[in-house]
Write a protein that binds this ligand. Structure first.
Ligand SMILES: Nc1ncnc2c1ncn2[C@@H]1O[C@H](COP(=O)(O)OP(=O)(O)OP(=O)(O)O)[C@@H](O)[C@H]1O
Length: 341
């Protein structure tokens, strides 16, 4: 079954214009003028149950606006949304029981009271029985190592501790879909890794569907098999992470460490008919850059067959570089080509 089904979804905001000077302000008092901002422009996608999908794009691309529509916070200007079989902004009461939401930049916990008291309030909001709540809380507290934190007020927690509590808060009612908007923002690498491991395990064991917006491409690499990329309110890529890398990464680089001094001319000779580029690093190491069209094992076989090698390292273009490249290459032109091919 589909966890999320979106068709031709659009959101427009009317933003009030402020005219200049005193006379402008007076005019604004009597007759307001508005600019239309279209944050999301007729997007369509479907996410099956159990998938972890990355939703990425530059600042202002329309990610948060989409998440807000999917979670029922905003009403779309046009288009259709079904999440867990519900229309989020219409069926709110039934709908919220099946979803969890974490906005990395905002808290759903009460600042001045103990964490456990916030959890108890949420238990009541979501109408979870005391027995189910205890069971679920114990599991989550153990997994995310929150034991010592439960009685502290939220304002006394570090960002990493608070984010782990936010995750627990969003999962107390055992939702089948989790929306995460920048869940690892500002966290150190240890906490990021803990959170990624936790999400991965939860998805594996319980089949939780996760839609994740992030600027941290390591999150995507660690968690998502699929990526939807937005640019200026439109989807410019929807597909596998590997495909994204293959399509957009320009090539690979292989670093060779040779047993003895190997002149670059000799290496060029060995790979003569291949479209590769050699860069010497020192007497015994050199790098070979090869585009995707060149088969890695062909290239390796030529070199290995001709000179003695101590070590080899293969470097893939990382996802950061790929995404930057897509944006720089002019998204509108890319969008058609990418979505049609
Ligand atoms: N309530 C609002 N009123 C007017 N314009 C808005 C509103 N919310 C968002 N926008 C505009 O819609 C566009 C998309 O914003 P959105 O917050 O969805 O982007 P985003 O991809 O989440 O960006 P970021 O990564 O910075 O969070 C932006 O131009 C933003 O200024």
């Amino acid at each position: 079954m589909l966890a999320i089904d979106v068709k031709d979804l659009r959101k427009q905001f009317n933003v009030q214009k402020n005219r200049e000077g005193l006379s402008g302000a007076l005019k604004d008092l009597f007759k307001r003028e508005y600019n239309e901002v279209t944050a999301v422009k007729d997007i369509s996608f479907q996410i099956p149950e159990g998938e972890i999908c990355g939703y990425i794009g530059e600042n202002g691309a329309g990610k948060s606006t989409t998440i807000k529509m999917l979670t029922g916070i905003l009403v779309p200007t046009s288009g259709h949304i079904k999440v867990n079989g519900f229309i989020p902004y219409k069926d709110r009461e039934k709908f919220v029981g099946g979803i969890g939401v974490v906005f990395g930049q905002r808290s759903q916990l009460w600042w001045d009271i103990g964490v456990i008291e916030s959890f108890q309030l949420l238990r009541k909001v979501y109408r979870v029985s005391e027995q189910d709540f205890r069971k679920r809380l114990n599991e989550l507290v153990e997994r995310l190592q929150l034991g010592d934190l439960l009685n502290r007020p939220v304002r006394k927690l570090s960002l990493g501790q608070r984010m782990r509590c936010e995750l627990v808060a969003s999962l107390l009612h055992n939702p089948s879909i989790l929306f995460l908007d920048e869940p690892t923002i500002g966290l150190d690498i240890v906490v990021k890794t803990e959170i990624r491991d936790f999400l991965m395990q939860m998805n594996k064991e319980q089949g939780t569907t996760i839609l994740l917006t992030t600027h941290d491409l390591q999150d995507i690499e660690a968690l998502c098999s699929r990526v939807i990329m937005l640019d200026d309110g439109r989807i410019i890529y929807d597909g596998g992470l590997d495909e994204l890398k293959n399509r957009w990464s320009k090539g690979r680089e292989i670093q060779f460490q040779f047993a003895r001094h190997t002149p670059i001319e000799k290496l060029k000779q060995l790979t003569e008919s291949l479209d590769v580029t050699w860069t010497p690093e020192n007497d015994v190491t050199a790098k070979m850059w090869l585009p995707h069209a060149v088969n890695v094992s062909d290239a390796l076989a030529r070199v290995v067959g001709g000179v003695e090698i101590r070590d080899i390292k293969i470097f893939e273009t990382n996802t950061d570089d790929i995404v930057r490249g897509i944006y720089q290459s002019g998204s509108a032109a890319v969008s058609k080509e990418t979505s049609q091919s």
